[in-house]
Design a protein around this ligand. Sequence first.
Ligand code: XMP
Length: 507
Amino acid sequence: QILILDFGSQYTQLIARRIRELNVYCEIHPYTHAPDLTEDIRGVVLSGSPCSVRDPEAPNPDLSRYLGRVPVLGICYGAQLLAHQAGGEVLPATIREYGRARLSHLDRSNALVRDLSLDSQVWMSHGDTIKVLPAGFEIIASTPEVDVAAYHLEGQPTYGIQFHPEVTHSSEGKTLMRNFVVDICGCDQSWTPEHFVDSMVLALQHTIGPDEKVILGLSGGVDSSVAALLLHRAIGDRLYGIFVDNGLLRKDEYEGVLHAYKGLGLNVQGVNASQEFYSALAGLSDPEQKRKAIGRTFIEVFDREAHKVEGAKWLAQGTIYPDVIESVSVKGPAVTIKSHHNVGGLPDRMNLKIVEPLRALFKDEVRQVGDTLGLPHNILHRHPFPGPGLAIRILGDITPQKVDLLQRADAIFIDSLRQTGLYDQVWQAGVMLLPIQSVGVMGDERTYEQVVALRAVTSVDGMTADWAHLPYDFLADVSNKIINQVRGINRVVYDISSKPPATIEWE
Ligand code: XMP
């Protein structure tokens, strides 16, 4: 595997994804917890950082345990740090270097840049630049503005690059990463979905005792569904899935998903607990209070159902890699903007051992594994859906009548997206029921009814998002259908805010 030491760059996860795309396993560790060198670490990548090596507070770990022993590639800050530690000079760049640049000099005899082309586009994003390289370091690539765009320490497998090969704007970034990971580090490219499935099934069989039972909460989403299929393959019907209807799912979702699970041969118990959730939510309007009430009720319902499985030893969770990576905060603590931890208290209360078969995977890898395991397309490519469900799309307090109104409007929007082939082009979509009424006219009558907002966004990971530029004709058609078919709604608006500064959900 490749070890990535994170110095807090916004691109660190991208480095990992590029390496995984080469079918090579890698892990991100914060520089503050740099692991010791073990036999399976074939190479080390040092990430970028928002810091400057000239700042005395900047990350400056002792890298001697790796240097000279395994190949090391410093990217941006990582490259500056290696140069700085070896006695080179890193200074503020005289011209700001952000955005695209082209390689104007290349030493193609060097393994790192062997098959790159002159003029290749690279992506720069740095305030500092390496002005003087330490003795023994040779330049292997330059751009018109940056002499030291890439360097190599003679006689040692130590390299640095000033640009960012991990972003797609660096047109040959993937080739460079391949050169490092495969040719220089000698990793074999065996990290494939099939390989993952085979080895995880064996690992699960090894970890979970021969008679032990595992409980898993299913949500209809990709992660829990893939976790279920993996566990089912490993331990068969000793996996007990529990799928709770909280009364806040999409229209017909509960029945549809339960049916799909049964079709896959999974041992799943459906639990209709809508009334319990509605009672817990009665009178609550504050978004965080609603989230808490839903989380609490879920734990109660789930715990009760889980106790029906006699002698269960394990609780499986669909945790994925981005939930696990400890983020490095080099410039003050990260701020929690919304609480997304729906069922944080679950494991403590249940006194079960935890098993998380997807802990090592990025979302796209989870999908590939799901595909390998035969998960149907409609679950595999389902948009993300928040744990608290429609409760955070009904602004204000929740009643079963409001849920019904929203479910019907939402179904029209989502069905239309599917029918027109737009569904797969947006990252997430849904309808918000607003807590206001407005005047309309239908036939000769004045109406005074609810307003809904359509929300559709494009995004990569939900952290940032843009509103989807859906065609006007499509929006007109959806608006018409909702107003004509859902009695109680007389106005439809489209949300054209990006995140930031808005968020995807309205609560
Ligand atoms: P925001 O609204 O913060 O949403 O831009 C980003 C992503 O997170 C989802 N979301 C939630 N998911 N529990 C969840 O499981 C929550 O409380 C929650 N709030 C927002 C949202 O649907 C989007 O995909």
